[in-house]
Design a protein. Structure first.
Ligand SMILES: Nc1nc2c(ncn2[C@@H]2O[C@H](COP(=O)(O)OP(=O)(O)OP(=O)(O)O)[C@@H](O)[C@H]2O)c(=O)[nH]1
Ligand SMILES: [Mg+2]
Length: 370
């Protein structure tokens, strides 16, 4: 879905124009008149601004892993050109770039390992390490590569990801919890998902917030709830959750926001555990910032796994880091599916379903070769 701002001379003609261009795929979110001064400020005229959400019809069908014409090419390092990530998230940028139709691909079946003494392999390892991939993860990747060329290593990364990470099926259950360290983007991610579910899928969403630690936290979620016109309830103790689930039993999805917990604060974590324990048939999303240092990822995973072993990941703030290899580390450590990645602060645009293949291509796009 895309959110667009459109402008016209009056409301009716603008509606007609939207209808003509987008048909039923557009939903009007806001419609406002704006007074504008003429060039010399003598007369003012009015124009209409509308914010619309347009469903993208174009489903981005990603080809299976296929790196044409480089099957046997050896890897030669070249200087990297860094795109401006802040204005254009790299994840999206690459998504367009790789939209070439290319069928067929088989999972890697390792034949012989890449020669660790080979110059190209050494170079490739170094590049991947620069992307933030830890040595034990590299070890796993290279032990699966059947040759010293880029294609073999690409396939091995893809294979490793598929092997480590169970697939996430995006048909969410009714009850969905969002847990994770402070400030990683839990509330913002809930707002993004709520907007997508409401606007795109016409689902009935109810928000519950158990984050009563910070006064502003409830208000933050309430603001999004008001804009999207969805009910929101505050849970002050875990006993209340059952009554809200009963009250909103006709909702399609209930998203439950929780207070950011430092993985070092055991008391808060045990409260969270009790809250999770009150609900059955739930999806738990552990939200992690992409830039979290690997050692912290390990500590966070250790602690949260004591509360629950059954969770999927949402990796946030991909737009804030240049090294995207940490995602491999997170997968290697947690062996959990990555459901979504987020790429900025905009609600609801900056969220995407995670695709293994797309990620591998993005990573491989960072490796320069002849
Ligand atoms: N750059 C960037 N910022 C993000 C992203 N997601 C969230 N943020 C920002 O991160 C900050 C914290 O987001 P919140 O959603 O409040 O995080 P939280 O996990 O709910 O925080 P607590 O409830 O305090 O634990 C806000 O400024 C968000 O706008 C993202 O994908 N990219
Ligand atoms: Mg929050």
């Amino acid at each position: 879905m895309r959110i667009l701002k459109v402008t016209g001379k009056d409301e009716l003609s603008l509606q007609e124009q939207i209808q003509k261009e987008y048909g039923d795929k557009a939903i009007i979110i806001t419609s406002q008149e704006e007074k504008r001064k003429s060039l010399f400020g003598i007369k003012s005229r009015s124009i209409w601004n509308m914010t619309i959400a347009v469903e993208d019809n174009e489903v981005e069908i990603l080809p299976p892993l296929d790196l044409p014409d480089n099957k046997s090419k050896k890897i030669e390092p070249r200087p990297r050109i860094e795109p401006n990530l802040r204005s254009e998230p790299r994840y999206k940028e690459q998504r367009v770039e790789y939209r070439s139709p290319a069928p067929k691909s088989q999972p890697v079946s390792p034949k012989t390992e890449a020669d660790p003494q080979n110059g190209a392999v050494i170079t490739l390892r170094k590049i991947l390490r620069d992307e933030g991939i830890e040595d034990d993860v590299l070890q796993e990747i290279f032990s699966q590569a059947y040759d010293d060329n880029l294609d073999a290593v690409s396939r091995s990364i893809y294979y490793t990801l598929n092997k480590l990470m169970p697939k996430f099926h995006h048909n969410l259950p009714k009850i969905n919890f969002f847990i994770g360290p402070t400030g990683v983007g839990k509330t913002t991610t809930i707002a993004k998902l709520t907007a997508l579910k409401v606007l795109q899928e016409k689902k009935k969403i109810v928000l519950l917030t158990a984050d009563t630690y910070r006064i502003a936290a409830v208000e933050q979620l309430r603001t999004y709830a008001d804009i999207l016109g969805v009910p929101i309830e505050t849970i002050y103790n875990d006993e209340e959750v059952g009554q809200y689930l009963e009250k909103w039993k006709d909702a399609d999805h209930i998203f439950i926001d929780t207070a950011g917990r430092s993985h070092k604060n055991l008391e808060q974590l045990s409260e969270l555990e009790q809250l999770l324990f009150k609900c059955e048939d739930k999806q738990i999303f552990l939200v992690l910032n992409m830039s979290t240092a690997y050692r912290d990822v390990q500590n966070i995973a250790n602690i949260y796994e004591k509360i629950t072993k059954d969770f999927a990941l949402i990796i946030t703030k991909l737009d804030e880091t240049d090294a995207i290899g940490n995602l491999m580390n997170i997968t290697f450590r947690t062996k959990k599916p990555i459901a979504y990645i987020t790429t900025g602060q905009n609600v609801p645009n900056d969220i995407e379903k995670f695709e293994n293949l797309q990620y591998v291509k993005l990573l491989i796009g960072r490796l320069n070769y002849e």
